[in-house]
Design a protein. Structure first.
Length: 217
């Protein structure tokens, strides 16, 4: 937890959340208000995190229309919770990045969709013959939180951090003023791209870093 709350990590998380902007959560706070809020309340927030007293608020449900009909359901955390999630995610990246394939580009620091396209062109020049194109339909809607937490616990020994991550996974969704518990498998939090990659690493070993292999996302 102390690594998460380290000053440089916290400042970096604040800057990232403000740069990302995004809509307010259930409490209505905007990203432009986060700096002043932290200036007034950070000592209290820090102590709550150290003592396992921080309670994440439920996410705000937002429906995004799909081009082919239907909607994609998103959960928007409060700005404060996005900030804390970002601080956690930055620390998780330090722990788990070495275990991810160099050819995996989704939710990776310093990597982008453009990098994936460039790598694809290299494969064409190298005369790779086959491409396997997979769409993991609703994959993250069916992820076992217990299995994910067990994997995290293999390298994270601070029970405060594990408890906080589980709280975020189960923070619930607010719809019409009522909080609905989070279903097992939902990982909708924008700050937790590392968890998505960890799920793939855990359940699909081909996404692990393996010399000479060119699998990736």
């Amino acid at each position: 937890m102390e690594m998460i709350l380290e000053r440089n990590n916290i400042i970096r998380a604040w800057k990232q959340v403000c740069a990302n902007k995004g809509a307010p959560g259930v409490d209505g706070m905007k990203t432009s208000q986060l700096g002043n809020y932290l200036a007034k309340h950070w000592p209290e927030i820090e102590q709550d995190l150290l003592n396992c007293k921080h309670k994440p608020l439920p996410v705000k449900r937002k429906e995004i229309p799909k081009p082919d009909g239907g909607v994609r359901l998103l959960g928007i955390p409060t700005v404060l919770d996005r900030f804390i999630q970002q601080a956690i995610a930055q620390t998780l990246e330090q722990v788990w990045e070495p275990f991810f394939s160099e050819y995996s580009y989704g939710f990776r620091p310093g990597k982008s969709a453009h990098d994936a396209v460039v790598q694809g062109k290299r494969y064409m020049v190298e005369c790779y013959t086959y491409v396997v194109d997979m769409d993991l339909s609703k994959f993250f809607d069916r992820v076992s939180h217990d299995r994910l937490m067990s994997r995290l616990a293999g390298r994270i020994k601070d029970k405060r951090v594990l408890k906080l991550i589980r709280q975020y996974l189960r923070s619930g969704v607010m719809i019409s003023g009522a909080t609905i518990p989070t279903e097992d498998g939902k990982i909708l939090k924008p700050g937790f791209g590392t968890l998505r990659n960890l799920v793939l690493l855990t359940m699909m070993p081909c996404f692990a870093a393996m010399p000479g292999k060119s699998t990736g996302t």
